[in-house]
Structure formats: structure tokens, C-alpha cells
Write a protein that binds this ligand. Structure first.
Ligand code: SF4
Ligand code: SF4
Length: 293
């Protein structure tokens, strides 16, 4: 089972929930940081790293001696990463998505695969749990290609060792966030009961519910703000699977990089209950389908 932990905005406690859920998981599990622009799951899981390697995207390298400037590659590339103007061919590796289409379509075999460094992938162990993370290279604009490579590595790890995965997804509702939850069996939306939290939670529900996956909410800093999120969840049929209280001790533990499931018996029970409810939701096979008005 793959659990994706997402949120409509940053700072809601998504990574805190991911780390605590991984800590109380009672089956083999891998904690995965897919927030490759700002990975920070390691700050809570404190993994012992076993390896790290650069991740590359295949980009076209053109042998102009073979090129006839037919324009087929340029016409095919929807990202405008390769362009033919008369007898001039230009490539823009930073815009390339590595689909390989231009290589396949070139009638002269004038294009060979080169590579652009996207960032790095690292892995290790955090106690009983596995750990996997991607980190985007500074100044690299596109995170989905690196996320795809991290997910491919995860599939290899799951195929070799089995077990479950808990993914810390990027915040927000843009392409990387949706990309991160696509392979999951269940989505957890972490939110907080404030006006900002409610607004972004609605956006997240609109973005993720059309995927047709079981979806539940975790309300962090419960007791703050109002009950608008609870009302919205009731209306949309989104179960609130856990509430994490607004508590100074939790904020202090967060600031010290501690797993909050470990700071009190009550919080441990909260996350064990969350684990069981997530598993039940994932196995319910009853996707919360879109009910957009
Ligand atoms: S690999 Fe795909 S995205 Fe990159 S230049 Fe070729 S067609 Fe465009
Ligand atoms: S498809 Fe091949 S031959 Fe045609 S313009 Fe592109 S690189 Fe040149």
C-alpha cells in the first residue's frame, strides 16, 4: 500500500504527520520524501544513509553533420525544447522533459541521448523503516522528472523487499503535488482549522478528489480557528481520521526535529489510530469520487 500525505499549503504539518505515521507503522515501510524542492523528512526520521547518486534526464544531442533540417523533431516537441529555423537547429535542454520523442522521430538518426543533471536520489534506513528521498539541483526548474525517478526507485525497492510506503508529497495543488499522489492507494490531506488552512484545503480537495482515490483528512493544530473544515468534510464525505491538538509541547518537539508520535502516550495512540484508519480507508475500495458542484 502507498499512502500519500499531501496538503493544500506548506506549513500545515504534513512532514510531521508522515514521520509519525512511519514511526508507528507495524508493517515493513519506507518513508519517501517526494517534496524534492525542499526535502525535510530526514530532519525528523534521522536516517542512516546507505547511498546517494545523481539523477539525470535524457536530453537530445544533435549531430548536425547528419541533420537535414527537416524539422520533424521541432514539430513533435510540445515543449519547444528543440527548434529548427531554416538551416539552424537549436536545443534548449532546460526545457526538455526527456520524453525521447525527437530521437524516435528523426529520420536521419541524427539525435543521440545526452543527459542533464536533475539532482540526486538518496536512500537509507530510519530504524525499522526504509528511507528514500530526492533533492532537486539548485536552479533546476522542473521537479516532476526527478519525482518520476524517485518513484521508479521506490517501485524497485517495493518489488525487492515488499512492504508499504508513506510519501511526503510537495505542498500545494500544482503539477508536482498531483504527480506525487498519482500512484498512491490512499491520500491524506493535512490541514489546520484556520481561514488560510480552510481555503487551501478546499483547493486541495478540488485537485485531488477527481483522482477517485480514498481520501481522508488530518486536522493539525485542532482547537485553533473554527469548524469550517469539519463542516466541509461532512458535506463532501471526507472522513477526519485524526486531530492533532494545538499544543506548545508539539511545537517544541517539531522545532527540535522530534517525531511527535513519540513525545506522549496520547499522541502515540492518535497516530496508531490514524494508521489503522488509513489502512481501513485504503482497503475500503470505496473511492471518494468528485462531487463538485
Ligand atoms: S526529448 Fe522530448 S521534450 Fe526533450 S526535446 Fe526531445 S521531444 Fe522535446
Ligand atoms: S528530425 Fe533529425 S534530421 Fe530532422 S531536423 Fe531534427 S535532428 Fe535534423
Amino acid at each position: 500500500m502507498i499512502v500519500a500525505v499531501a496538503s493544500g499549503k506548506g506549513g500545515t504539518g504534513k512532514t510531521t504527520v508522515t514521520a509519525s505515521l512511519a514511526a508507528v507503522w507495524d508493517q515493513p515501510v519506507t518513508g519517501v520524501d517526494l517534496d524534492v524542492e525542499e526535502p525535510n523528512l530526514h530532519l525528523f526520521l534521522h536516517p542512516a544513509m546507505a547511498g546517494c547518486e545523481p539523477a539525470y534526464l535524457p536530453v537530445p544531442v544533435v549531430d548536425e553533420a547528419r541533420c537535414t533540417y527537416c524539422g520533424a523533431c521541432s514539430e513533435l516537441c510540445r515543449f519547444k525544447a528543440i527548434s529548427v529555423m531554416g538551416q539552424l537547429l537549436l536545443t534548449f535542454p532546460e526545457m526538455c522533459h526527456g520524453c525521447g520523442g525527437c530521437l524516435a522521430v528523426c529520420p536521419e538518426q541524427a539525435i543521440a541521448p545526452g543527459k542533464r543533471e536533475l539532482g540526486e536520489i538518496s536512500w537509507g534506513r530510519a530504524g525499522a523503516a526504509g528511507f528514500l528521498s530526492g533533492r532537486l539541483r539548485i536552479s533546476e526548474a522542473m521537479s516532476p522528472p526527478l519525482m518520476r525517478l524517485v518513484k521508479a526507485r521506490l517501485q524497485q525497492m517495493l518489488a525487492a523487499g515488499g512492504g508499504d510506503a508513506i510519501i511526503d508529497a510537495p505542498p500545494g495543488v500544482s503539477c508536482p503535488a498531483v504527480n506525487a499522489v498519482l500512484d498512491s492507494d490512499v491520500i491524506l490531506l493535512v490541514t489546520e482549522p484556520t481561514p488560510f488552512g480552510f481555503y487551501d484545503f478546499q483547493l486541495a480537495w478540488e485537485a485531488f478528489s477527481p483522482l477517485g482515490k480514498p481520501l481522508g483528512a488530518v486536522v493539525n493544530r485542532a482547537g485553533l480557528g473554527n469548524d469550517a473544515i469539519y463542516q466541509f468534510c461532512r458535506e463532501k464525505g471526507v472522513p477526519v481520521l485524526a486531530e492533532i491538538p494545538y499544543d506548545r509541547a508539539i511545537a517544541e518537539a517539531y522545532a527540535r526535529g522530534l517525531i511527535i508520535a513519540g513525545i506522549s502516550g496520547r499522541l502515540q495512540e492518535t497516530f496508531i489510530s490514524l494508521r489503522d484508519r488509513v489502512r481501513h480507508l485504503a482497503n475500503s475500495k470505496a473511492p471518494r469520487q468528485a462531487a463538485h458542484a
